[in-house]
Design a protein around this ligand. Structure first.
Ligand SMILES: [Zn+2]
Length: 252
């Protein structure tokens, strides 16, 4: 199984090139750290070994594959799109490009909504400083990833809300080339906040039902008021159903 080097872009620099501050939430450094923490157990479950690498390590650990994690930033807040870089001067260029193409496809399939910037669209990701170090450490496939623009509000919201999906796309990429178990499909269809709201609503209904079934704590008899709680909860849920239909574009 593969040893997968994951470089946390700019971490923990406090001067020089420290990464984008984003527009509304996490900075690039905070995001790539959280992404690694999310990815680490997933990669282990799939059968591989994650290796955390900071931006300026004294040396690079022996590895089979390499990702550098970055998010883009731009003064133009409408700029968005994901991209990756591979170094076309290295002997690993063709293998790395395939690795990156697969990652891009997985990232898009995971639902990333920002579209694509072209591969190697800046010299910084094309000639990313760690790609030759990673190759020297054994990584036959190595890319520098830009997951999207933290300065674009829509990219930002999606990346921050869907860090699990971003991590799954990385695991799928590794599994495609090195084998192992792919992560289970995330079949959730509403955003995290909405899911939490409905979970709470359903919990209320569940409580109301169990109160009726159990009866009152003291005399174990069900009171008409408990039944009314259920009817109220059902009425609230009927209102919720209208909302969720709108949200998912289901007519009626
Ligand atoms: Zn960066």
């Amino acid at each position: 199984m593969a040893r997968v080097g994951c470089q946390l872009g700019h971490v923990p620099r406090t001067s020089g090139r420290t990464g984008t501050a984003g527009c509304c939430g996490e900075t690039e450094q905070e995001y790539v750290k959280r992404l690694f923490d999310t990815l680490e157990p997933k990669l282990r479950t799939s059968g591989h070994t994650p290796l955390k690498i900071l931006a300026d390590p004294s040396s690079y650990p022996a590895m089979d594959a390499f990702f550098a994690f970055h998010c883009d930033g731009s003064k133009d807040h409408s700029a968005r799109g994901c991209s990756f870089g591979f170094d076309d001067r290295l002997s690993s260029a063709a293998a790395s490009k395939k690795f990156g193409d697969r990652w891009r496809a997985e990232h898009n399939a995971a639902g990333y909504p920002g579209g694509n910037q072209r591969t190697n669209y800046t010299i910084d990701i094309n000639h990313y400083y760690a790609l030759d170090d990673a190759l020297a450490a054994g990584a036959g496939r190595g890319i520098c990833i830009e997951f999207g623009f933290l300065t674009n509000p829509d990219d930002n919201d999606w990346l921050i809300d869907n860090v699990g999906r971003v991590a799954d796309a990385l695991v799928r990429t590794v599994v495609a080339f090195f084998g192992g178990t792919p992560p289970e499909e995330d079949l959730s269809i509403v955003d995290h906040e909405t899911k939490q709201y409905f979970d709470n609503q359903f919990k209320d209904v569940d409580n109301a039902f169990s109160t009726v079934l159990r009866g009152d704590e003291s005399d174990h008899r069900t009171h008409p008021g408990n039944l009314q709680n259920i009817l109220d909860a059902i009425e609230t849920l009927q209102g919720d159903i209208k909302q969720i239909k709108q949200k998912l574009g289901i007519p009626g």
